[in-house]
Ligand binder design. Structure first.
Ligand code: HPA
Length: 263
C-alpha cells in the first residue's frame, strides 16, 4: 500500500465539501506563514477538527485549517498549520500533506518552514531555498519501504531561477532537522555548522523524504526567523518567528505564487 486507506476517505470527505478532484499544488505553510491563505482566490476552508480522521495541531501561529482555491488560476490545497513530530505526531502523520498531494494528483508540493540560521552570513527575514537536508541519525522515516534516494538539487535550482525571474534575492543552503521541541544548545549549533548545515528546524525533512518516495517534486522555502542558539546574544522565543514572518509575508506569497505558476 503506497499510502494509508484513511487518506482516500479524507479525499472523499473533501470533494463532497467543495474541494476539487485534482489540484496543481499542495502548499504546507510553516510557522507564522499562514497568511499565504489570504493570497488564494475564491478560497474555501475547513478547520482540521471538522475533517474526519484528521490530526489536530496546537502550535501558536498555526490556525489549523485546510484551504482550497486558486493561485495564478490553478487549483491548490494549502495546509495552514502542520503536524510536527514534537507535538507527539508519529512521522506517518507528519507526512499527511504529502499523501493528500498524492491522492489529489498534485504536480508539486511546496514545503515552507521557519528556521534558525546557523550560517552567520544570513540574517533574520532571509528566505532560503533548501538545496539539501541533514537528518542526524537518519531518524526521519514515515513508512517501511524499500530503500530509495532523494535529490533536492534539480528542483532547488529551478526555484532559485524562479526567484531570480521576479527579482527576489534568496539564500540557498542545507537544512538540518531536529526533533525539538527544545531549541538547540550552543554546542549543538557549533557541531551542526561543522556538519555543513546553514539552517535548523523542526519540520520539513519528513515531508521531503516522503515526497521523494512518492516521486512528487517538492520545492522548499525556509524563512530565517532567528539566528540559532549562540550565533547572537538574543534570547530565542516564538514571538521572533511571528515578527519575521509578518515582515516577509508579501514576498513569501509572491514567490510561492510564482513557483505554483512556473515549476
Ligand atoms: N531551531 C529549531 N527550529 C527552529 C528555530 C531554531 O532556532 N527557529 C525556528 N524553528
Amino acid at each position: 500500500m503506497e499510502i494509508p486507506e484513511s487518506v482516500l476517505k479524507i479525499k472523499k470527505y473533501l470533494t463532497d465539501h467543495e474541494f476539487p478532484e485534482q489540484v496543481e499544488a499542495v502548499v504546507i505553510l510553516g510557522s507564522g506563514l499562514g497568511d499565504f491563505a489570504s493570497a488564494i482566490d475564491d478560497s474555501f476552508s475547513i478547520p482540521y477538527q471538522q475533517i474526519p480522521s484528521f490530526p489536530e495541531t496546537s502550535v501558536q501561529g498555526h490556525t489549523g485549517e485546510l484551504v482550497t482555491g486558486k493561485v495564478a488560476g490553478l487549483n491548490v490545497i494549502a495546509f495552514s498549520g502542520r503536524f510536527h513530530h514534537y507535538e507527539g505526531h508519529p512521522f506517518s502523520t507528519t507526512v499527511l500533506p504529502v499523501h493528500i498531494a498524492k491522492v489529489f494528483n498534485a504536480k508539486k508540493i511546496i514545503v515552507s518552514n521557519a528556521a534558525g540560521s546557523i550560517n552567520t552570513g544570513f540574517k533574520v527575514g532571509d528566505l532560503m531555498v533548501i538545496d539539501d537536508i541533514i537528518r542526524p541519525f537518519q531518524s526521519v522515516s514515515a513508512k517501511p519501504s524499500t530503500p530509495f534516494r532523494y535529490n533536492l538539487y534539480p528542483i532547488a535550482r529551478r526555484v532559485r531561477e524562479i526567484a531570480a525571474s521576479i527579482g527576489m534575492e534568496v539564500q540557498r543552503g542545507t537544512y538540518i532537522y531536529v526533533t525539538g521541541p527544545n531549541y538547540e544548545s550552543k554546542a549543538e549549533i557549533r557541531a551542526f555548522r561543522i556538519l555543513g548545515a546553514d539552517v535548523v528546524g523542526m519540520s520539513t525533512a519528513p515531508e521531503l523524504v516522503e515526497a521523494s518516495r512518492l516521486q512528487i517534486p517538492a520545492a522548499t522555502i525556509s524563512l530565517v526567523t532567528n539566528m540559532a542558539a549562540g550565533v547572537t546574544k538574543n534570547k530565542l522565543d516564538h514571538s521572533e518567528v511571528k515578527e519575521a514572518a509578518e515582515a516577509r509575508k508579501d514576498d513569501f506569497a509572491r514567490l510561492v505564487t510564482e513557483i505554483i505558476r512556473k515549476l
